[in-house]
Design a protein around this ligand. Structure first.
Ligand SMILES: [Zn+2]
Length: 495
């Protein structure tokens, strides 16, 4: 997921505050190519949408109680989810069968086909793949060796979209703690590999804030800022507050008119080592990145519907993104969101809960590295009457609630249903953000929500080889899916 939220109290994971700098929009991912879309709409796009989770504003909660039918729906879904681990079993099958699903990979396309088949088997209608052309970047072979005193190899991951080194690049490392320090000491950067050793703070459990929106900036713009000062490559400290020597990748972006220099993330441990060593004297390293950008390839959004009983032409979109980075198995980011959306529709079918409007499941392709799926969906369907869109791209921690993009009236119109979600533990509903993939809909005025699980560990795993299905609790996943179903049902059913 992408996201933002620096400085904004109680930001949602991935949520970008209105007026946030464009760089925040480089999400979690979706950035390199997704920037324009996101940057243009800072309030909603997120880079990843991952930035702090936010608690709702109690002021937004109206006094009017939810209707009885909504309470009934909540009770039915909570009972249906209780004791089940079915969503997790499906996610494990998905993760173990396809593994990482980067844009341009066969695994991504196979996963899309599998999802379409699974949704058809679940009883959804009009299950299909809708074609989307997506970028294709491959990392190739990578290494980073410290030369001379203290020689060792350090773990790293090239950033999504980086150019390669065309062989081995040997240079002295210049360590800075921030982009501002880089600019202030720019004269020293010429011919060097700049390491931006910017620390992400520990998760703030009081404010439900990760600090990701600020911490991710060096990833997105470090290369272009360093290149302006004549640097030959850039390294960043992985965007995480917790590390067991695991590097975290993510999208970066180049600027027009500025040389494209290689960019990679080292681990917290590696960054701290280089900072200590450089403080003692010059440190030289050998960097090799085999990254390449290949021609665009055909991919697709996986779509299926629970057709509404009275107003089938009116749509509530629910979804996540089916692509992932090329490390780990992308279970938290965002296999979980896809499986939750699929499971939500399946639960509603099993319970005979067919709402007045159509619930459309959309598993977006290429969120992490282009946001092409979200844009293609809007191009193809933006003219249809969408009453709401809900995205799940913040992992699968314990159910917590939803964030809502929009003004106080929009927030209040949804937050009034919060008590209905209490049996699922997902009644924390208030102002927040939508999601990267649905941001074109949000920009067009569609009511947009994000499913918001507890997020304290999300960024520990994010975009790393540690993002695997074993990190997800089956009960959490099942109850998040039920909450997803309940919110979709309410928005598709209410007057
Ligand atoms: Zn994601």
């Amino acid at each position: 997921m992408l996201s933002a939220g620096c400085g904004k109290p109680r930001a949602q994971p991935g949520a970008i505050p209105p007026g946030a700098p464009a760089e925040l929009t480089t999400p979690h991912d979706a950035d390199a190519e997704g920037d324009d879309a996101k940057d243009a709409t800072d309030a909603n796009d997120g880079d990843d949408g991952d930035d702090g989770f936010g608690a709702p504003s109690s002021a937004a909660r109206p006094a009017s109680p939810p209707p009885a039918w909504a309470y009934d729906a909540g009770k039915k879904l909570a009972a249906h989810a209780a004791g089940k681990r079915r969503a997790w079993d499906r996610l494990a099958e998905f993760a173990d069968t396809f593994g990482p699903r980067p844009s341009g990979s066969k695994a991504l396309e196979d996963a899309i086909d599998w999802s379409v088949r699974a949704m058809a088997q679940d009883g959804l209608s009009a299950a299909r793949r809708e074609k989307v052309m997506i970028p294709h970047w491959r990392r190739g072979k990578e290494s980073l060796h410290v030369l001379g005193t203290g020689a060792r190899e350090l773990r790293l991951l090239g950033l999504g979209g980086t150019v390669g080194t065309r062989g081995t690049l040997r240079a002295e490392v210049m360590v800075v703690s921030s982009l501002d320090e880089l600019d202030a000491r720019g004269a020293e950067a010429k011919g060097k590999i700049v390491l931006v050793n910017a620390k992400m703070p520990a998760y703030d459990h009081v404010l439900d804030e990760s600090g990701y929106g600020t911490a991710v900036r060096p990833r997105g713009e470090g290369a272009q800022r360093a290149a302006k000062h004549g640097a030959v490559a850039t390294l960043i400290r992985s965007v995480t507050a917790v590390s067991l020597d695991t590097p975290h990748t993510g999208a970066m972006r180049y600027a027009e008119g500025v040389p494209k220099i290689p960019a990679a993330a080292v681990t917290i441990e590696g960054a701290e080592f280089l900072a200590r060593a450089a403080a003692r004297g010059p440190v030289r390293v050998a960097l090799q990145l085999g990254a390449k950008t290949l021609p665009d390839v055909a991919s697709g959004n996986a779509i299926a519907e629970l057709r509404g009983r009275e107003k089938p032409e009116e749509i509530v979109v629910i979804g996540g993104h089916i692509d992932s980075w090329d490390v780990g198995d992308g279970s938290s980011d965002d296999g979980a969101g896809c499986v939750m959306a699929m499971e939500a529709a399946r639960m509603l079918i099993e319970l005979g809960m067919v709402p007045r409007r159509t619930i459309r499941v959309v598993l977006f392709t290429n969120e992490e590295f282009g946001l092409r799926g979200g844009r293609a969906y809007f191009d193809a369907h933006g003219s249809e009457p969408h009453v709401a869109a809900i995205e799940s791209d913040s992992g699968a921690g314990a159910p917590k609630g939803f964030g809502i993009a929009g003004d106080a009236a929009a927030v209040a119109s949804v937050a009034r249903y919060a008590p209905v979600f209490a049996p699922l533990g997902a009644d924390d509903i208030g102002k927040g953000w939508g999601g990267a993939d649905i941001s074109p809909l949000t920009d067009a005025g569609v009511l947009s929500l994000s499913l918001r699980p507890e997020g304290g560990h999300y960024f520990d795993l994010h975009h790393s080889s540690a993002d695997t299905v074993d990190k997800i609790d089956p009960d959490h996943l099942q109850r998040n899916a039920a909450a997803f179903a309940l919110m979709a049902y309410i928005l598709a059913e209410r007057e």
